[in-house]
Design a protein around this ligand. Structure first.
Ligand code: CS2
Length: 523
């Protein structure tokens, strides 16, 4: 017999071991409009907000899907309830989440999204749409004005489907109605993510009306934030396991690690939930934390993803269990750490060690193929930016070069056993065309490095970097990922550096305040 569906009506039948919303959901109003209702927001933003709703029911979340109705269709019959499963080697903790008030789908009815975001009760517009959802030129962060979706929104600004299109239309509607603008809070892995979002929104607005752009520039806050929680795509196995434990079926479950972190610049003119009381850290300057996370966590993730894909390793945990790959990640972190300037009080050595433990989480099936997606959007900030910092400072960047080479090799769509690999990337057509045209490793590098929207021209022009990438790519092509890592890790310079980790310890003794395992929304 199939299990009944999770909903307000079936909540009472759940085992007591599964936590439930402890506030009156009928009193909720949406104070947050969220663009991008994927698993990440349901496991992160919602987890930090949920515990506050008993005291302050005005901060419910109205979610908007920007592409398909699938998540709305999964949530609507469940009264927008879903189960969050935090998992690690010690076990699994389930919690029914009740912070969502409703969900809209932009492609079905963009006008409804604008109308909703124009309501005075919405005071913050949060966004998690992944890197490609901003339609930015990855190498310099500017709005990609030639992007087809951006052009379509500029042609029909009252029916927008992109992030800048929706934000600008909603801000315009509020202004016309005399309602003060909401704060825009980016929750994606972009450097200076608030400022980046502001740049994109302003450029979009400017192309419609310079006067509107000036209004936004003068009146809308775009605080920066650093978000962190590993949330792999939910699998059928996850759903079956959760159904078996809960006795109800849930088409919108999310599975995540216990760890989470949120560092937020405290600039919310219309107010905000007291996120600091659920574990977020409010600071004046988020940038060092963002760069640390992008270069250490996400940079390592991309390394694991491409090398793992080449070596036939399906998950992050499989990959990090390979000693040579783990050693390489440690070298990569050392190289990246040399580009960071952290405030006193941040223990980078502790942060790095915690990352390796998180990558080892045996209870998450975080697929290397998932992280390998959208490389042209991710590598610029994770790998190319630190590489450029190093090269510009006259230092070599051999680990960054090796990750770049692994990505180029991945674009050839064969792993080390000759099995096919799938490239999923908004720039896929031109990247794969270039990869097919290239008949030597050098020509592959040159063709991809010629895309100035992806690879910063200053990095592409570096002979030192090109020759490091060439060495690594030649080795990956002839000997495969494992042999390349083996050779690379045991180079003289690394043998000398093995005992040097203490040199990267900065003044204090803690991971940045606010980072903690398992507390967000876990009560
Ligand atoms: C990952 C991130 O898929 C990816 O590119 O690197 O989604 C990563 O899991 C999160 O940023 C962790 O906070």
């Amino acid at each position: 017999m199939s299990a009944p569906r999770l909903s307000s009506h079936t909540l009472a039948s759940l085992p007591h071991t599964i936590a439930q919303p402890d506030f009156d959901r009928d009193r909720l109003t949406a104070g947050i409009g969220h663009l991008g209702l994927g698993a990440f927001a349901r496991a992160h933003l919602a987890a930090y907000t949920e515990p506050l709703l008993g005291d302050d029911p005005d901060w419910g979340i109205c979610g908007v899907s920007l592409r398909s109705p699938a998540v709305r269709d999964a949530l609507a019959p469940q009264d927008y309830l879903y189960i969050k499963a935090e998992r690690d080697g010690a076990g699994e903790k389930l919690r029914v989440m009740g912070a969502l008030t409703d969900a809209l789908v932009a492609p079905g009815d963009p006008a409804a999204v604008i109308a909703r975001f124009a309501q005075p009760s919405i005071r913050i517009a949060t966004i998690s749409v992944s890197e490609k959802g901003y339609h930015r030129r990855a190498a310099d962060g500017a709005l990609d004005e030639d992007d087809a979706a951006i052009r379509a929104d500029l042609a029909q600004p009252e029916r927008p489907l992109t992030v800048p299109g929706i934000i600008v239309a909603a801000l315009r509607a509020r202004r016309t109605a005399g309602i003060p603008p909401f704060t825009v809070l980016c929750c994606d892995n972009l450097p200076d993510n608030g400022a980046s979002t502001r740049g994109i929104v302003l450029r979009f607005a400017e192309m419609l009306s310079p006067e509107l752009a000036r209004f936004i520039a003068d009146n809308v806050a775009f605080p920066n934030s650093m978000v962190d929680r590993i949330v792999p795509a939910t699998t059928d196995d996850d759903r079956q396991r959760i159904t078996a434990a809960a006795g109800v079926s849930d088409a919108a479950s999310v599975v995540c690690e216990p760890f989470s972190q949120w560092v937020i610049e405290d600039h919310f003119p219309l107010g905000r939930p007291t996120w600091e009381s659920t574990g977020a850290t409010m600071v004046a300057d988020v940038k060092p934390y963002e760069i640390m996370k992008l270069r250490l966590l996400n940079g390592s993730h991309s390394a694991i993803a491409y090398l793992g894909q080449l070596a036939g390793l399906p998950t992050v945990a499989d990959a990090i269990a390979e000693p040579e790959l783990a050693l390489f990640v440690s070298h990569l972190m050392t190289e990246a750490a040399a580009t960071l300037r952290m405030p006193a009080g941040v223990d980078l050595a502790g942060y790095r060690a915690a990352l390796i433990e998180r990558f080892r989480n045996p209870a998450l099936r975080h697929r290397t193929a998932q992280i390998a997606m959208d490389g042209s959007q991710k590598l610029p900030m994770r790998i190319f930016a630190p590489a450029l910092d190093l090269i510009a400072g006259g230092r070599p960047a051999p680990c960054m070069a090796l990750v770049t080479a692994a990505w180029l090799r991945f674009l050839q769509q064969r792993d080390d056993n000759g099995s096919p690999l799938t490239v999923d990337d908004p720039n896929k057509d031109k990247l794969l065309q270039a990869a097919r045209n290239a008949d030597t490793p050098r020509s592959l590098i040159r063709q991809i490095f010629a895309f100035s929207d992806v690879v910063p021209t200053a990095l592409a022009a570096s002979e030192v970097f090109e020759s490091q990438v060439l060495g690594a790519l030649t080795s990956l092509s002839t000997s495969g990922a494992r042999a390349t890592l083996q050779k690379f890790n045991h180079r003289e310079e690394y043998r000398e550096k093995h005992n040097e980790t203490a040199a990267h310890r900065l003044p204090a003794d803690r991971i940045p305040a606010g980072s903690r395992a398992g507390s967000a929304g876990a009560r």
